[in-house]
Design a protein around this ligand. Sequence first.
Ligand code: ADP
Ligand code: ZN
Length: 613
Amino acid sequence: MMDEARAVLRNLYGYNDFRGEQTAAIEATLADRDALVIMPTGGGKSLCYQIPSLVREGVGIVVSPLIALMEDQVSALQQLGVEAEFLNSTLSLQQQSAISQRLRDGDIKLLYVAPERLLQPATLALLENLDIALFAVDEAHCVSQWGHDFRQDYLGLGQLKQRFPDIPLIALTATADGRTRAEIVERLQLHQPEVLIGGFDRPNIRYLVSPKQDARRQLLRFLQGHAGEAGIVYCMSRNKTESTSDWLSKQGYQALPYHAGLPAELRAHHQQRFLREEGIIIVATIAFGMGIDKPDVRFVAHLDLPKSVESYYQETGRAGRDGAPSEAWMVYGLQDVVRLGQMVDSSNLSDEMKRFERQKLNRLLGWCEVTRCRRKALLAYFDQEAPDECGNCDVCLSPPRTWDGTEAAQKLLSTIYRTGQRFGASHVIDVLLGKENEKVRQHGHETLSTFGIGQDRTASQWQSVLRQLLVQGYVFADAERFGALRLTEASRPLLRGDITLELREDVVEKVVRKGKSAVRRDIELSPADEVLWETLRECRKRLASEQNVPPYVIFHDSTLLQMVELKPTSKNEMADISGVGQAKLDRFGQAFIDAIEQSFMSMDASVSNEEME
Ligand code: ADP
Ligand code: ZN
C-alpha cells in the first residue's frame, strides 16, 4: 500500500518524496493504527491524512475547527481532481442533502466537517452507514484545557473511538508540549497511537531581530525587501494596528487592520482580501492568526514583543508554509522590556502565575539578546538540537560585536543607587549624561558624584546598556512604583567588580537587504526572467479568478519559480516541476507553457529590434 501512497504523492500532488514524519504517519494509518502527529506549521500535516484517505477504501473524515480553513483545503483538493467536500453551516439545506446523498453513494473521498456538526446525532447516524477510511482531527491541541485554543466542541470527539473503534484516528497539531500531548491521547481515546514528532525547525524562515530605534523607519526599510508580497505586522494594541495600517497605506502599501474590536463583517472582509489577493499586509493584534492557512505569507513583522517564546514561534510560524524563503522580523526596545514586565506585575494573576509569566517573558527577552545563532537558541528552547550556525538569522549573517560593559554597568548601577532607586530610565540617563533640567535640579541630583559621568555615551547607548541589564536581571523595574529602577541581588558583585559583563553592541539593520522580494532572495533573476516571473504570476492570477480560488491554490510561488528556472515548453517537461501533478498539468499546464513561450517570443522580438537599430 505504501507504493500506492507514493504513486499518489507523485501523480496527484506532483511531489517527489515524502517529508519528515509523513512516511511513518501514512504507514501507521494504512496499517489501521491510531497516530498522533506533531509537526511544525508548514511541515505537511495534511498529506498525512489525505493520502491514506485516497489509498484506503471509503471516505476520510477530517475534523477541522475553522470554516475558512476547511473551504481552502477543499478547494485545493478539488483543483487536484479529488472528490472533496465540506459540511458546515454556510451550506444550504439542499446542498447539505446533496452531499449526504453523494456520501451514501460512495462518491466522496474526503469530507471536512466542524466538530459540532460531526457530533450531531444526524451526522453520526449518517456516518454509521458509510465506509470510512479514517478520522483525522486537525488542530488537535484544541482538546487541551491548558492550551490557549481550547474548544468545548473538541471534548466530545472522544466519542469517535467509542463508536468507531476499528477505524484509525490520526490527530495532528503544530503545538504540543508533553502535557498537551498526553491530554490529546487521553481525550481522543487514541488506542496505542504511533506518536510522531517532527523537527521544529523552519529552515526557510530567516529570523531577524534588532533593537528598536525608529520603529516605523525600520519597518519601512524591512518592507523594501518585500515589494508586492503578503505579510503580517503584529502590534500590541488595537489603536496601534489602525494607526500603523493607515500610515502604511499612506506609504503606498496595501495594508488592512485586523483586531477583535472591529465589526465582525469588516474583519472577515479583511481576512478574505488577505487570502484572495496578492501583496496585502495585515496589521493585526494576536487576534489574527489561528487557522490562517495562507501558504505564501512572506513575512511576519513584530512591532511589539509577544509575551513568550512559544507565542513568538507560533506567530512567526505563519510565514512561509509553502517552504519558500520568508522572514520573521522583530524590533524591541527598552520601553517594551519595562512595559511588558509591568503588565505582568500589575495584572491580577496569582503570585505564582506572575512568576511563571515573568519567567516566560525573561526567556523571550534573553533570546532577543543572544550573541550566538538565533535559530539554535530558539530550537534549544524546545529541547531540540541544531548545528551551531544556521546561516539564516541576523546573528549568523552578521555576528554582533560584544564589548566589556563592566564599567558602563557600574556607572549605571551607581546612578540608580545614588538617586535613591526611585526613578525611571529617562531620569537616570539624564543624570548620567549630566543634563541640568528641572527634575534634576528639583532633586538636587546635579550635586551627585555620578552626575555627568556618562557623557562618553549617547542616550541611546545608555538605553541599550540598561535594557541588557534589565534582561539579565542586574536591574529590576518596579511596577508598583511606576517602573522605578532598583538594584537586585545580582547587582552587588558587578558593582564590586567581582564579575565582568559582556554586552552586545546595538547595530540597527545589519543585514544587507538584497532584492525586492523574499521569495527570490537567493535567486538572482535576469531582467528577462524577471519579466517571465511577472508573466507567470499574471497567468496564475487570471486562472485563480476564473476558478474563484486564491492564486496559491493554482500553484505555489516555489512552483512558479521552478518554471522560471527550467522554462518547460512541453507537458512532459512541465510534469517534472515540483507541485505539478496530473490534474493540474491537464488543466493549467498549457496556459503556463504558452506564457513561457510567449515571453521567449517577446524576448526574440526585442533582440531583433536591437539588431535592427
Ligand atoms: P501544515 O498543515 O503542516 O501546516 P500543509 O499540509 O499545509 O502543512 O503543507 C504545507 C505545504 O507543503 C503545502 O503547500 C504542501 O502542499 C507542501 N507539502 C507537503 N508535503 C510535501 C512534500 N512531501 N513535498 C513537497 N511539498 C509538500
Ligand atoms: Zn543562525
